[in-house]
Design a protein around this ligand. Structure first.
Ligand code: OGA
Ligand code: NI
Length: 353
């Protein structure tokens, strides 16, 4: 249709999708339109299984004995690669304060947003909008990212964000440590050693998915698995996140106070596929914006990940080569998201015989 091939209108300088949508956009600009075979197939999302019930993600209470918890987490990792946790004891006030600060950030004019994340090379923040992406189809979202490391200066965080973000991050580190230890101990691995390695690199992203005038043409976030080891995600009350299971897309139902835990590619490599990373995506809707907070935990960029010998034998031949995390990361970030194709980078199958 003619309107769809129109370029983004340029009466004012717009550098965020939210701003464009807030101006009353009535159609999806070309840069966000998926080719027909990649579009949302609404008939396959959360279809009832055997016509009688909808498959539900595991929901795990952290208020139970260690053994029971380990067993449930192990089963959820093996069968799903994703689960929700409740009764985690994470202070509600820290979540509320972070949501408020992030909502405030996204409500600011784009120029102010850009200025807040452009405080020189040691700023720990970045802002990303796919509005002007070339050669690839963009995802329907704006993203603020937080990437602290030795060379970033936390004093450059805007004051409305600094306290809520740092307090949330500190507490999240404690919860993540506990969850990741459980994941490793469910594999009978030394949870102290492995959880330390797989939480060395920590980043967070804050996603704003505007309402979309034509939700069947685009995705909030294309199908992918997470590059690192474990992701802990907080979503608001708006549906959109889906996980792929046995060729079907299942909704990750919003649950008040729950966190979503996702297994990433580094765990799939380490366990030689015993725990597979979760393939997931975000769909858009016509009426309400959606927000999420994603906390990514991964090895440091210098760490090398490869299948442990415990997971390789005659019945389970080695699937992945050893890969330095920075190489895996660089490869993953250089391409558009596309299902679980990042793992091909480490796959032994593609190596010449
Ligand atoms: C991600 C992700 C899901 C969401 O950022 O990798 O999968 O609900 N986010 O925003
Ligand atoms: Ni993800």
């Amino acid at each position: 249709m003619a309107t769809h091939s129109a370029a983004v209108p340029a009466p004012i300088k717009i550098r965020s999708l939210k701003e464009l949508v807030d101006c009353g956009l009535q159609y999806v600009p070309q840069t966000y339109i998926r080719p027909p075979h990649e579009r949302v197939d609404t008939t396959s999302s959360s279809v009832p299984v055997n016509g009688s019930f909808t498959e539900k993600l595991p929901i795990i209470s952290l208020r139970q004995s260690g053994n029971q918890l380990r067993q449930q987490i192990g089963l959820a990792c093996k069968e799903w690669g994703i689960f929700q946790v409740i009764d985690h004891g994470f202070p509600t006030i820290l979540k509320t304060e972070l949501w408020e600060a992030i909502s405030h950030f996204f409500s600011l004019p784009t120029d102010v947003k850009i200025e807040l994340v452009s405080q020189g090379p040691s700023t720990p923040l970045f802002f990303f909008s796919g509005l002007y992406a070339q050669d690839t189809v963009s995802d329907w979202k704006d993203t603020l990212g937080f990437r602290p490391n030795r060379s970033t200066n936390l004093n450059l965080l805007p004051s409305f964000l600094r306290e809520p973000l740092l307090k949330f991050e500190r507490k999240m580190g404690v919860l993540a440590q506990k969850l990741i230890e459980m994941v490793f101990s469910s594999l009978r691995l030394d949870e102290n050693i492995f959880s330390e390695i797989h939480t060395r690199r920590r980043t967070m992203t804050f996603n704003y998915y505007p309402a979309c005038p034509e939700p069947n043409l685009t995705y909030g976030l294309s199908s992918h698995s997470d590059i690192g080891s474990i992701t802990i995600l907080m979503q608001d009350a708006v549906k959109g996140l889906q996980v792929k299971r046995e060729e079907r897309w299942i909704d990750v139902e919003p649950m008040k106070d729950a966190f979503i835990v996702l297994i990433g590619d580094q765990i799939e490599i380490l366990t030689n596929g015993q725990y597979e990373s979760a393939e997931h995506r975000v769909t858009t809707n016509k009426t309400v914006p959606r927000m999420s907070v994603a906390c990514f935990f991964a090895p440091s960029e210098e760490d090398v990940v490869q299948p442990l010998k415990e997971f390789v034998d005659a019945k389970h031949p080695r699937l992945y080569k050893e890969t330095k995390f920075c190489d895996y990361l660089r490869n993953g970030l250089s391409k558009p998201l596309c299902g679980k194709t990042n793992l091909e980078f480490s796959s032994l199958k593609l190596l010449p015989a």
